[in-house]
Every structure is written in C-alpha cells, then in structure tokens.
Design a protein around this ligand. Structure first.
Ligand code: FES
Ligand SMILES: [Fe+2]
Length: 418
C-alpha cells in the first residue's frame, strides 16, 4: 500500500540525464507514469512479445492465457489449425474472459454476464441481448462486430510463438536479425520441444532490473558462486557477447574447451573447485554433448522481455511479466525434446536444479534485483554507473563488459522517445 502511494505520483522533470548510455537514472525503476508509458510504447508498441510454445497448443481448442507486458492475453488453436491471440478482456465491462492458465474449449464465456467469444476472439453472444418478453436487452443499434477484444499479430520462430499488438513491427525474422534468429535455431535445432516443468517466481523489483541482470555478463561468475566454484562459467573461458544493432537483443555465450578440461585439475576431481566445496552428487553436473559447437552456456534475450537459456543441458524459456513498478513475475518453462533418450532426459531434469526460484545458479538473481530496488528507494535523483567495457554497445569477445546492458537502454530510450 505504502509502495503504491510512494509510486503513484511521478516527479516532474524526468528526462534522461545525458546522451550517454553509461548513466541510468534510478527513477526509471520507480516512476509510475514511466511504467504506464512502457505498457503503451514498448509492450503494446512495435515489439514481438513471447507468448508461448506452439507445442503447448497441439489440438484444436487448446488455449493458454499469457501476458504482453501486464496485459492478459489468450492464445487458442482453432479448427483451421491456426493459432489466434486476443486480449483477455471482456468487451462488456472488462472482466477476464478466461480464468484458467490453460485448457481446451469450444468457445469462451465470461463468468460475469456470459458474453461469449469464439477461439479467434470474436464476440459471438450477448446473454439476454433481446431482453425478456420484449423488455430490456441491448439497443437495436448494438453491433457485436464492433466490440471484439483487441487482436494480436502472431509469428513463430522454431516453435516459439511471439505476438504483437502493433501493425508497424517488421516480420519477426527481420526484427530479430540473422544472428539472434539463427542462435534461437541453434538451441531448438529442428526438434520438438517437450515441457518438462514450469516455475513462476515473484521478483521484488522492477522488470527492467531483471532484464539488466540477464544481459549482465559481468555479474554471472561473481554473484553466482556455484558457477565459479564448479567451473561452469568463468570470465576467463572462451566466449563473448553479441548485441544486435538495435541494442535490444543480445547473446552471451561461453565454452568449456574440451582439451583444456583434460588438463584441468578440477575436472579430474569430479568437478571440484579449489575451495573446500564439493558436490555430494557430482552427477548433477554430468552433461552430454548436445550441440556441434562447444558452447556450454548461451543466454539469449529478445527485447523487451524474452529469454532463451542454455546452461549445459538445462534449456528453458523465461518470460518476464511486469506487475507494477516494484514487482515482476518471472515465468520459467523448462524444456526437453521429443528426441531425447531417457538418459538425456534424466540429465536435463537433474540440471533443472540449477535454475528457477531455488536454482543453485539463479536463486541469487531472484534477490539481487530486490537489493537494488531497496538500495535506490530514496535515491530517485541518483544514477547507476554502467561503464564496464567502455561506453558502446558493440559485440565483443570479452564478457568483462556491460555493453549488452547499455544496449538494453539504447533500445529502451528509442522506444520511449527519451
Ligand atoms: S464483463 Fe464479461 S459479460 Fe459482463
Ligand atoms: Fe545471474
């Protein structure tokens, strides 16, 4: 409540502090008007937003509810085999049309006054439209076709479904660019994804703090002691970051070189580190070679809020859902593939322990955004310093850089007109 009061008014004069991307003002994570503008200009603007996996909606009538920004959206498969997406908001008085997270249905009926919609999001029925015994009902001038919930454009990349409220956003493949598109393809690799599990994690911070964290290759091996201790990710490893020209999409990757590993004293000791820590069950980190390259870690983000993760054989999509200035939901969908052997499936399930709210690697990311949100509470006029690796947003072989964080702010400012 207090949080709402504090953030219900924006301070006057909120402008980006300079032309540089190396300073980020803290009010950007606190200001209610900025949050409202983001919904319109970013999420409902010319973006492709992650919605779901195509495989989650295999059969006619399958549907899920998902989000674009904080807007609830229904995606459904109709009898023509196509997917359709529309706002989960009844045209009558605004109630959610679908309350379940997923299901199978012939049509949708709002619980409030039973207005009904088909699977393409068209209003098909209004209860007691003509009144009863000639009395009451809707006026003759009421036209159902004029009252559909807003519909989204849909596009798919390698079985991953994106949606947009905008007619101005270029086709998905063009929007992502060759490098990002092909690196999504690298992970999905023509296979049929299987959902192994889901987590939803409540983050006590603004959504942009999580996106900064995802793009921050600098923190990964420092904040996440598990990474460093068990040598999954050290900044000395071969790797790099790729930032697309818009700045908004990125890839961070690293490789454990198989030859180097042979000489490596840690590997000989069941992936033991030079600290006293040792895994009671080292099979947690036994992985199988899944890709022709030696890349063992690839974190890929698509502006504004989609993440595709490959950490060893732990593959997941993450959807970041803003829930107000200081709250975010993070939805994880862990993936295997229909082509997996039972042994491979077991490896993936074990490695699923690395991620999610209590993951050996990712639990710190669930806290650190909250540490920032609390740290900046009384400092809306101050700024973050983002100078690691210089001031640009260029791709680089070094991961000791904040170039992809600056890239996020470059894309953000362009969208927000800041
Ligand atoms: S709000 Fe949906 S039918 Fe009235
Ligand atoms: Fe992290």
């Amino acid at each position: 409540m207090l949080d709402q009061i504090i953030h219900s008014k924006s301070e006057p004069g909120h402008i980006w502090p300079s032309e540089s991307l190396t300073r980020v003002p803290y009010w950007i994570f606190q200001d209610r008007d900025t949050y409202v503008a983001e919904q319109k200009l970013i999420f409902q603007g010319p973006s492709w937003n992650y919605l779901c996996l195509s495989v989650e909606l295999k059969n006619t009538g399958d549907f899920i509810t998902t989000f674009v920004g904080d807007t609830s959206v229904i995606v459904a498969r109709d009898s023509d085999g196509e997917l359709y997406a529309f706002e989960n908001r009844c045209a009558h008085r605004g109630a959610l049309i679908a309350l379940e997270q997923r299901g199978n249905t012939k049509d949708f009926s709002c619980v409030y006054h039973a207005w009904t919609y088909d699977r393409q999001g068209n209003l098909r029925g209004v209860a007691f439209k003509d009144g009863i015994k000639g009395k009451g009902g809707m006026p003759a001038s009421f036209c159902m076709e004029e009252h559909n919930p807003r519909k989204l454009r849909l596009a798919e990349a390698f079985g991953i479904v994106f949606g947009s409220f905008s007619n101005d956003v270029p086709p998905l493949e063009e929007h992502l660019g060759e490098e990002i598109y092909s690196r999504i393809g690298r992970v999905m690799n023509g296979r049929t994804p299987v959902v192994l599990g889901r987590f939803t994690q409540a983050l006590p911070n603004n959504w942009k703090l999580y996106m900064e964290n995802v793009k921050d290759s600098y923190h990964a091996s420092i904040l996440h002691l598990f990474f460093t201790t068990f040598e999954l990710n050290r900044l000395s490893q071969t790797g790099g970051i790729i930032v697309d020209p818009s700045g908004g999409h990125h890839i961070s990757f690293s490789a454990i070189e198989p030859d180097a590993a042979k000489d490596n004293e840690y590997a000989e000791q069941d992936i033991r580190s030079d600290s006293e820590f040792k895994l009671a069950d080292p099979s947690l980190l036994q992985s199988f070679k899944e890709f022709p390259d030696n890349v063992t870690l690839q974190i890929l983000s698509v502006f504004p809020t989609f993440v595709l993760q490959q950490i060893q054989n732990a593959i997941a999509v993450r959807q970041v859902v803003p829930r107000g200035t200081g709250r975010t939901d993070l939805h994880w969908t862990l993936l295997g593939f229909a082509e997996d052997t039972p042994e491979q499936r077991l490896v993936r399930l074990k490695q699923a322990n690395l991620v999610g709210p209590a993951g050996y690697i990712s639990m710190e990311d669930g806290c650190v955004g909250g540490f920032v949100q609390r740290g900046i509470a009384g400092a809306s006029g101050e700024q973050a310093v983002i100078e690691m690796g210089g001031a640009d947003t260029d791709s680089s072989e070094s991961r000791v850089t904040e170039a992809s964080v600056r890239g996020f702010w470059k894309a953000y400012r362009a969208r927000m007109g800041m």
